[in-house]
Design a protein around this ligand. Structure first.
Ligand code: SF4
Length: 508
């Protein structure tokens, strides 16, 4: 006899705490403090973001229907998330009908296992990679390495990060924190067979990377990609990029494995018309990205003969279940919000501790991986990593209201883990204010705090738990007199009488 479950369904799982790159090792303020001390990084990031910002404004300004395009993008994404299960099934059926194999991964650990098994089945101990945020999110490179498989990044910026044993610091330009001299030094140190006289001219650096990668493209039988979009209607996947290395990965190996977050779906092929205008203009400030690759299943004698698609959840259904936070899943990872963010511009991406930095990372990371109740969870500090200036909302091509989402996450965090010091202070204030006598006594007692004020009458350091307040701002020293004392004094009475006389005079 079958059983009927009448209880409440369990909450969808968040991304696991231990696998992947969705949680840093220290809270944002501490990490940002370290990064702020790196003047070279601030100079590199500031210069690059200013350049991309100006280009984006120029190319978005030339489209008379830019606002309509943004609205269309937002509407398509809202539609996708409203009927995600149905579209995913349609997508799976379309991919399978075209000769692809679809795998479902609940979390990072499952996705890593699936991809490792697929690479191993090809007999190769090396796999090429097209730049992919999803595989960074799940820590695929690290997992493959632990299994004796070398993952080789083919996007130039990703290659610089990989050879430099570094971490990406930007969604689109992962090596934004490096300048040309640093890149030359990394290539000379890490790239086998590189010209020892290599100079830091961008063309020479690109040529060195090309030579290094060409040999791999010719030899490696398996590649791993991400996907910018998956079309439910046709089972088509798409990757947009600037260098053509991605296209080599997508066409040359025998086996292609794509890892795609389930929110990257769009319903119909025609919807690409909207997103292929929004994405390049918002991300690199170009009218059209140089390479747009699309593939649908496998084709006899042309391109990879085996195609596997790993559909990744890793906390996405948990974000989807949050009716406010689900808007973050509209993100098409263009990075426009990073490039306009005054906080990101000063700290760079590493301070966020996640694959997803910047304003959208501050929303998406806690949504995917949770802000565990403990106040020391680094993810719990991310919603506060913003001045809420609103520039990210203005820049976002799919109109994600990032500032409102950050405020909502702050609210959720306080609900989950009310700051203990603040709660105690509020309780004490409520007790004092509920009786005039107690309030007067408390005011008199507070006057003792004048001894803590400096010559300028400001208190810049209080003992715990009040140090949480003075850690980031000064407090005026308590006044010599309370307002009631002043009101009852000769000076107060004189001032009030004078004000009365003036007001009577003005009324005549
Ligand atoms: S939130 Fe908007 S602006 Fe930021 S990366 Fe995503 S789509 Fe781009």
């Amino acid at each position: 006899m079958s059983r009927t479950f009448l209880g409440l369904p369990a909450a969808p799982p968040r991304a696991p705490r231990s696998t992947g790159n969705l949680r840093g090792s220290e809270p944002f303020p501490a990490a940002a403090h370290t990064e702020l001390g790196n003047t070279q990084l601030r100079r590199n990031v500031g210069k690059a973001t200013r350049t991309i910002r100006d280009k984006r404004l120029a190319v978005t300004g030339e489209l008379p229907d830019w606002e309509e395009l943004r609205s269309a993008g937002a509407a398509v994404k809202a539609d996708v998330l409203a009927r995600l299960p149905e579209l995913l099934e349609q997508f799976e059926a379309a991919v399978t009908a075209r000769g692809g194999t679809v795998h479902w991964a609940r979390d990072a650990a499952e996705a890593n296992e699936i991809v490792t098994g697929l690479v191993r089945a090809t007999g190769s101990d090396e796999a090429l990679k097209v730049k992919s945020m999803a595989t960074q999110e799940i820590g695929l490179n690290e997992h493959l390495e632990s299994e004796g498989i070398a993952a080789v990044e083919t996007d130039l910026a990703e290659l610089i990060v990989q050879l430099g044993h570094d971490r990406p610091s930007h969604i689109l330009v992962p090596a934004i924190h490096r300048n040309r001299a640093e890149i030359r030094e990394i290539f000379q140190r890490e790239m086998p067979g590189v010209d020892p006289d290599l100079d830091d001219d961008p063309e020479q650096l690109a040529a060195a990377a090309r030579t290094f990668l060409r040999e791999k493209f010719m030899r490696c039988p398996v590649a791993i990609s991400g996907a910018n979009f998956g079309v439910a209607e046709t089972g088509t996947l798409s990757v947009v990029e600037s260098e053509g290395n991605g296209r080599m990965c997508l066409t040359m190996p025998e086996t292609l494995i794509s890892v795609m977050g389930i929110e990257k779906l769009i319903p119909a092929f025609a919807d690409l018309e909207v997103f292929l205008q929004l994405l390049p203009r918002s991300s690199t400030g170009e009218r059209m990205n140089p390479y747009t690759s699309m593939w649908t299943g496998v084709t006899d004698g042309d391109g990879p003969q085996e195609f596997h698609l790993v559909l990744l959840d890793n906390g996405r259904t948990a974000a989807l279940a949050d009716k406010v936070g689900r808007e973050a899943l509209h993100c098409i990872r263009c990075s426009a919000c990073l490039n306009v963010c005054p906080v990101y511009e000063r700290t760079g991406g590493h301070a966020y501790g996640s694959t997803y930095p910047g304003p959208i990372g501050a929303v998406l990371t806690p949504q995917l991986a949770g802000m565990h109740e403990q106040s020391h969870d680094p993810n719990a500090s991310l919603p506060y990593a913003s001045s809420l200036c609103g520039a990210c909302y203005d820049a976002c091509p799919v109109k994600i209201d990032i500032p409102s989402l950050l405020v909502e996450l702050r609210h959720q965090h306080v609900e989950q883990a009310p700051p203990r010091g603040e709660a105690a202070v509020m309780k004490a204030a409520s007790l004092a204010m509920s009786s005039a006598k107690r309030f007067t006594t408390a005011q008199r007692a507070a006057r003792l705090g004048r001894v803590l004020g400096g010559a300028d009458g400001r208190i810049s350091s209080l003992p715990p738990p009040l140090n949480a307040w003075t850690g980031s701002r000064d407090l005026p020293a308590p006044p010599r007199q309370t307002f009631r004392e002043w009101w009852d004094s000769a000076e107060g009475r004189g001032t009030i009488d004078e004000a009365r006389r003036e007001s009577r005079g003005g009324a005549q």
